[in-house]
Design a binder for this molecule. Structure first.
Ligand code: DGL
Length: 279
């Protein structure tokens, strides 16, 4: 595999969640071309077995590498929990950046010593979360919730009221009653409902979106490897989805504030992906 500075950054998620990471990468490195893969045909990943998520992640990584990706951003906490370690072993020549719930900055800054963590069931079950808690919680009390249905609401573009609010109230109210002062977003979909989280939790509660820190890490790795794109224009972003390309196309302006070319892809089976067909 040959990686060059003009090669794209590969990003994937089970759906639109990774767009919160893409947005941060684009803000810090607008000139970088990007390939984004949303596995919307398989969403949600959260309740799935780890082995299956690992198979999906491997196939998507191969798909992105075959299209020249110079680094892979696993912009999904669930896929990171299930597959990051495996992907690093399976593709030793490739640099990966993954997600982990930001327990460390939360534990360092909480005043009440109580922190809420919102993430999927697979993320909470994984060894990655256990290790983050063990290394960084430092006596801070963590309250966890899987927010059932929230990922699907965000996939439909429901960022404001109704069911989305109900799910967040169910998750946050018991934590607020325990006096949390910080909420960690341990799922990349959730930054899209930060305004609603603030409405429910109040302005005093700190909400931690790890996307900017992840984008900084991507930048550091590219710089260290001599792989930063030196051009001054805006890099092209290409989107691939295993769901409905038209639905993704219409959601992009809502979530990202910009549009882009979306291509539909099909899974042959659970371990291989067919070449895309333009939308
Ligand atoms: N966006 C994914 C994450 O960060 C989860 C969504 C899903 O359950 O598919 O965990």
């Amino acid at each position: 595999m040959i990686f060059t500075p003009t090669s794209p950054i590969g990003i994937f998620d089970s759906g639109v969640g990774g767009l919160s990471v893409l947005r941060a990468i684009r803000a810090q490195m607008p000139e970088e071309p990007i390939l984004y893969f949303g596995d919307q045909g398989h969403i949600p990943y959260g309740p799935r077995p780890m082995e299956q998520i690992r198979d999906f992640s491997e196939a998507i990584t191969k798909f992105l590498l075959a299209r020249g990706a110079k680094i892979i951003v696993v912009a999904c906490n669930t896929a990171s929990a299930a597959a990051l370690k495996y992907l690093r072993e399976r593709f030793p020549a490739v640099q990966f950046v993954g997600m982990e719930p930001a327990v460390k900055p939360a534990a360092e800054t909480t005043q009440t010593g109580k922190v809420g963590v919102l993430a999927t069931p697979a993320t909470f079950q994984g060894a990655l979360y256990a290790s983050v808690v063990e290394r960084f919680a430092n006596g801070v009390e963590l309250f966890q919730d899987t927010c059932p249905g929230l990922v699907q609401e965000i996939e439909r573009g429901n960022l404001q009221g109704g069911e989305t609010r109900r799910i967040l109230e169910n998750a946050l109210r018991p934590m607020l009653a325990k006096n949390i002062d910080t909420v960690v977003l341990g799922c990349t979909h959730y930054p899209f409902v930060i305004p609603l989280i603030r409405e429910v939790a109040g302005e005093k509660v700190r909400v931690i979106d790890p996307a900017p820190a992840v984008a900084r890490q991507v930048k550091r790795l590219l710089e260290a490897g001599g792989l930063r794109n030196a051009s001054s224009g805006r890099g092209e972003v290409r989107f691939y989805t295993s769901g409905d390309p038209n639905a993704l196309k219409s959601l992009l302006p809502v979530l990202l504030g910009e549009s882009g070319m979306v291509e539909g892809v099909e899974w042959v089976d659970e371990v291989s992906i067919k070449a895309p067909t333009p939308a």
